[in-house]
Design a protein around this ligand. Sequence first.
Ligand code: FES
Length: 193
Amino acid sequence: MADEPTAAAAAAAEADSKPATAALPANEGFEPEIIVFACHYCAYAAADLAGSMRLQYPSNIRMIKLPCTGKLEVIHLLKALEAGADGVYAAGCLEGECHYLKGNLWAKKRVGYVKKLLEEIGVDPGRVEMYNMSSAMGPQFAETAREFTARIRGLGPNPVRPREGFTAHEVVLKQMGDLAMPDDAGSDPTPGS
Ligand code: FES
């Protein structure tokens, strides 16, 4: 007498008969983590303004407030990527309006240098960027955040594996130590924080 098929064998046969699930398109469902090094005189204030104007921008943006983007070193940008951030940008005062004269120009150079390094190691340099804005440019802050997030969504996840159990924002804040300024009490413009 032929053996009765076991329940497990029957379930396996049923699974085999179902069509395979279609592969997800690349980057589907990918939500990037983006670190923004923001000068508190301009971009951080512009983010606050965007919040007061109730302008929408993606919650993927995580802010780190600096006294000036001139404080931002090449190592901070690289460490943010190493910590697993999918994209990083510096947002400083308009050229000619830095409170420390050339801080934003130094930041621009450092961002340019990191772009070159990334290119050399085969990572898309578009993962790092420099923007300039004034404190009155709330709508531009929101637009920049939307555009950069869309760009990083298109590039996909950072090829560097993020650290387990930590967000890149947490790791970078710790690494920045006293260089990063505390968020304004009750007015943290980082969405979702
Ligand atoms: Fe804003 Fe220097 S003070 S970039």
